[in-house]
Design a binder for this molecule. Structure first.
Ligand code: SF4
Ligand code: SF4
Length: 297
């Protein structure tokens, strides 16, 4: 893939082509997407090997695990436990704080792009969806992205009323994580149903409009030290919004820069997954990763 795709031609890029980029001196190198997918596969390989050959590096599942002895707990899991049982065990607090601190440094929804197994599956579904739309076989059905906050509250209310972690029945991330580690189960049919909805009806519907895990990491992401930075080399070709899972974050950033008369500005929205797709397709190099970690050190 090279950077000189237009809004029209970017649609013709195959998924395979997006795993590599051509540098200015004409060399081909692995893309950010390639490294993200390696990261997702690597994390789950560690889970798998820790369970099956007692590697003891990353034990448990994505909902709750121990990495080299450190507790790691998904923050939305902890909220559900609190809603259902009105108390949080100490190891859950330690694991949740560790995860929150980690993602405050790395970027909240970096979890979605660099760790979540459904994130990878969703990207494949997204490509199939766009191909079907382009061939005019289906129409896409976008919704208001703020609907995700309703699901976020709703599943906590369900846990509070029932005393059960109701969302875990539908949690595609947990289902896939458990299936990879402990073996396939009938729950995977729900994941397949979600995938088919995304392919044939609404692009990335689960991640954009439903998943409370993504929403929780988005809330963490507002305060994170790692962001995407936009600068005024941008010529408004809009190719970045074409490839972005949450294009509203790029549109808001541009508007904020114009309103504040700034030449560069960070994407403040926690919805950005730091997938780096916009960075890779920007032909003016106006989008880049930035980290405030250097200032902290
Ligand atoms: S929104 Fe949920 S399912 Fe989608 S990538 Fe993020 S955590 Fe995974
Ligand atoms: S703004 Fe860029 S890095 Fe953030 S989600 Fe969109 S494409 Fe990915």
């Amino acid at each position: 893939m090279d950077k000189y795709n237009t809004r029209a031609t970017i649609e013709n890029t195959t998924l395979w082509e997006t795993l590599f980029v051509v540098t200015k001196d004409g060399k081909k190198k692995p893309s950010i997407r390639f490294w993200r997918w390696c990261s997702i596969i690597g994390v789950h390989l560690l889970f798998f090997l820790s369970y099956h050959i007692d590697l003891q590096m990353l034990e448990g599942t994505l909902s709750g695990s121990r990495f080299l002895g450190f507790h790691l707990i998904d923050p939305y899991m902890t909220l559900q436990v609190f809603a259902a049982h009105h108390e949080i065990p100490t190891n859950l607090i330690i694991g949740t704080v560790t995860i929150i601190l980690g993602y405050l440094l790395l970027g909240g929804r970096a979890y979605c792009s660099w760790v979540c197994p459904y994130g990878l599956i969703g990207e494949i579904g997204e490509k199939l969806h766009k191909t079907l739309v382009k061939k005019k076989i289906i129409k896409s059905h976008p919704f208001n992205h703020n609907v995700k906050y309703i699901f976020w509250v709703l599943f906590l209310v369900f846990a509070f009323i029932s005393g059960y972690l109701v969302f875990e029945v539908f949690n595609v991330v947990g289902i896939i994580s458990r299936s990879i580690i402990y073996g396939w189960g009938v729950a995977l049919s729900f994941v397949l149903a979600v995938f088919l909805v995304e392919v044939f009806y609404s692009q990335r519907a689960w991640c954009r409009y439903v998943c409370p895990l993504g929403t929780t990491y988005a809330l963490i992401g507002w305060g994170s030290a790692t962001k995407i930075k936009w600068d005024d080399r941008c010529d408004h070709c809009q190719v970045c919004t074409q490839v972005c899972i949450v294009p509203h974050v790029l549109e808001i950033t541009k508007k904020n820069a114009d309103r504040q008369g700034k030449k560069e500005i960070s994407i403040m929205s926690g919805d950005c997954t730091l997938c780096g797709r916009c960075v890779e397709v920007c032909h003016t190099d106006a989008l880049n990763f930035e980290t405030k970690l250097k200032k902290l050190i």
